[in-house]
Design a binder for this molecule. Structure first.
Ligand code: BGC
Length: 459
C-alpha cells in the first residue's frame, strides 16, 4: 500500500497529461480496482500478491505460478558453496542439509538480516511524513530487523535474493547472518477470520499447492547453506485447531493444517531452518483451560513429524499487542493469571517439556509498546494507539525465551475496514481499530505514523 501512497504523491508532481508508464520497484502493478501502471520498472517483475494487489518486486519472474503441482526441488548433489566465507569448497553432501542444529539459542552470535522489502516500505512511508522529527524517527525503523512474510507462492522467489544478499554481506563483514521468515500460505488460511484469507483452498488442490510452496522455499534455502534461516510457522493455524473447531471452516481445515504444518516441519528441517511454530498469545492459548490441549497438539504433531531436530519451539504474540511483562494486568485480561506473554510462556513451557516438545520461545513485541489500548482482549485488527515496542534482542530475562523479535512488519495492515470487501472482518470495523484501513498486508500509512509516534521505547 505504501506504493499506492507513493504513486499518489508522485502523481501530484507529474503534469496531468503524463501517465506513469511503469510502476517503480515495490510499486503496485495490479489488483481489483487498480487503474495505474501494470508494467514494472527495469529489474523488477509484477508479482501477484492477492486478488486486490500485485506488486513490482526486484528480479525476474518466478519460474512457477500458483497452481502447478510439478515439484521444483532441485537435485541435491551439485551446489558449490563457501561455508564461512572466503575459499570455495565443494559440498559433496546435499547442500543445505545441515543435520544437527547448534545446541542453544540459535539467535546468539548472529546478526539479523534487514529485509530490503520492509526497508523500502519504511523509506517510502517516511518520505510522506512532513514533520522532520517524526520523519527521522520513521526512517530509523528501516534499521530494525523484522521478519519477511511469504504469504503467497509468487513471493517465494524473493527468498533467494535475500539469502544471496545475506550470504555476500556475511562474507564481506565476517559476521554471521540470520534471515527471518514467516511461512504463511496454508490452504483455507485464517479459518476463524476473514481478513487474511489466502490464495489456496482445500477444495481446489490446496494441500498439494501448499507443498509446492514449501518446496519452493526449500529449493532456495538449499542453495545458501551458509546463511541461517529462522522461521515462524503458520501464524494462528494450530491455535485455531485448539479453540475454534466449532467454526466449520476450521474443523474442515483440521486435517489439511496438520498435514501442511507437518510437511513444512519435515522439509524445512532437511535444510536446517530453525523453526518456531506459532502459538497464539496469552489471551488465546494462555487461558488456563487451553494450555493442556495446546501442549498436547504441539507435542503430538511434532512427534508424528518425526521430532524434527530444527524445531526449536514456539512463537507467541505474532502481530498482537500483549506486553512481555505487564506492569499491571490490563483490565481486558479479565482475571486470566497469564495476563502477559511471560506468564503464558512460563505456564506453557513445563507442559511442553513434559510432553517432549522443545520449550523455547520467541515473542513478537513489534507493536506492543503501548498497553491498555484495547476494548476486548480478542481485538487484533489495527488497534488504535499502538506503538512500536521493545527492539529485537536476545536479552530476554527469561531462559525459556530465545529472543524478542519483530514478526509483524509494523505499518503493514491487519485487514481492511471496507465493509464491502470480500475479506472484510468485523474486527477491523470495531471502534478501537484505526480506520479507514486497506487490505491486509498492504501499507497503512496512518497506522505506521502512529506506531512511530507512540513507540515505547521511543525511536
Ligand atoms: C497478511 C499478510 C501479510 C502479513 C504481514 C497478514 O495479516 O494477511 O498478507 O504478509 O500480515 O503484514
Amino acid at each position: 500500500m505504501f506504493k499506492f501512497a507513493t504513486l499518489l504523491a508522485l502523481a501530484s508532481l507529474i503534469p496531468a497529461f503524463v501517465e506513469a508508464a511503469t510502476s517503480p520497484i515495490y510499486g503496485q502493478c495490479g489488483g481489483t480496482g487498480w487503474t495505474g501502471a501494470t508494467t514494472c520498472a527495469t529489474g523488477s517483475t509484477c508479482v501477484y500478491s492477492n486478488p486486490y494487489y500485485s506488486q513490482c518486486l526486484p528480479g525476474a519472474a518466478n519460474p512457477t505460478t500458483t497452481t502447478t503441482t510439478t515439484t521444483t526441488r532441485p537435485t541435491t548433489t551439485t551446489t558449490t558453496t563457501t561455508p564461512g566465507g572466503g575459499t570455495t569448497t565443494t559440498t559433496t553432501s546435499a547442500p543445505g542439509t545441515t543435520s544437527t542444529p547448534d545446541a542453544g539459542n540459535p539467535f546468539v552470535g548472529y546478526q539479523l538480516y534487514l529485509s530490503p522489502y520492509y526497508a523500502a516500505e519504511v523509506q517510502a512511508a517516511a518520505g510522506n511524513i512532513t514533520d522532520a522529527t517524526q520523519k527521522a524517527k520513521a526512517l530509523s525503523v528501516a534499521n530494525i530487523p523484522t521478519f519477511t512474510w511469504f504469504d503467497v507462492i509468487a513471493k517465494t522467489s524473493q527468498l533467494g535474493t535475500y539469502l544471496a544478499d545475506a550470504s555476500s554481506k556475511q562474507k564481506s563483514s565476517g559476521q554471521k547472518y540470520i534471515v527471518q521468515i514467516v511461512v504463511y500460505d496454508l490452504p483455507d488460511r485464517d479459518c476463524a477470520a476473514a481478513a487474511s484469507n489466502g490464495e489456496f483452498t482445500i477444495a481446489n488442490n490446496g494441500l498439494a499447492n501448499y507443498e509446492t510452496y514449501i518446496d519452493q522455499l526449500v529449493a532456495q534455502i538449499k542453495q545458501y547453506p551458509d546463511v541461517r534461516v529462522v522461521a515462524v510457522i503458520e501464524p494462528d493455524s494450530l491455535a485455531n485447531l485448539v479453540t475454534n473447531l466449532s467454526v466449520a471452516k476450521c474443523s474442515n481445515a483440521q486435517t489439511a493444517y496438520k498435514a501442511g504444518v507437518t510437511y513444512a516441519m519435515q522439509q524445512l528441517n532437511k535444510v536446517g531452518v530453525y523453526m518456531y511454530l506459532d502459538a497464539g498469545h496469552a489471551g488465546w492459548l494462555g487461558w488456563p483451560a487451553n494450555l493442556t490441549p495446546a501442549a498436547q497438539l504441539f507435542a503430538s504433531l511434532y512427534k508424528s513429524a518425526g521430532s524434527p531436530t530444527f524445531v526449536r519451539g514456539l512463537a507467541t504474540n505474532v502481530a498482537n499487542y500483549n506486553a512481555l511483562t505487564a506492569a499491571t494486568p490490563d483490565p481486558i485480561t479479565q482475571g486470566n493469571s497469564n495476563y502477559d506473554e511471560s506468564h503464558y510462556i512460563n505456564a506453557l513451557g513445563p507442559m511442553l517439556s513434559s510432553q517432549g516438545f522443545p520449550a523455547h520461545f520467541i515473542v513478537d513485541q513489534g507493536r506492543a509498546g503501548v498497553q491498555n489500548i484495547r476494548q476486548q482482549w480478542g481485538d487484533w485488527c489495527n488497534v488504535a494507539g499502538a506503538g512500536f515496542g521493545t527492539r529485537p534482542t536476545t536479552s530476554t530475562g527469561n531462559s525459556l525465551i530465545d529472543a524478542i523479535v519483530w514478526v509483524k512488519p509494523g505499518g503493514e495492515c491487519d485487514g481492511t475496514s471496507d465493509t464491502s470487501a470480500a475479506r472484510y472482518d468485523y474486527h477491523c470495523g470495531l471502534s478501537d481499530a484505526l480506520q479507514p484501513a486497506p487490505e491486509a498486508g498492504t501499507w497503512f500509512q496512518a497506522y505506521f505514523a502512529a506506531l512511530v509516534k507512540n513507540a515505547n521505547p521511543s525511536l
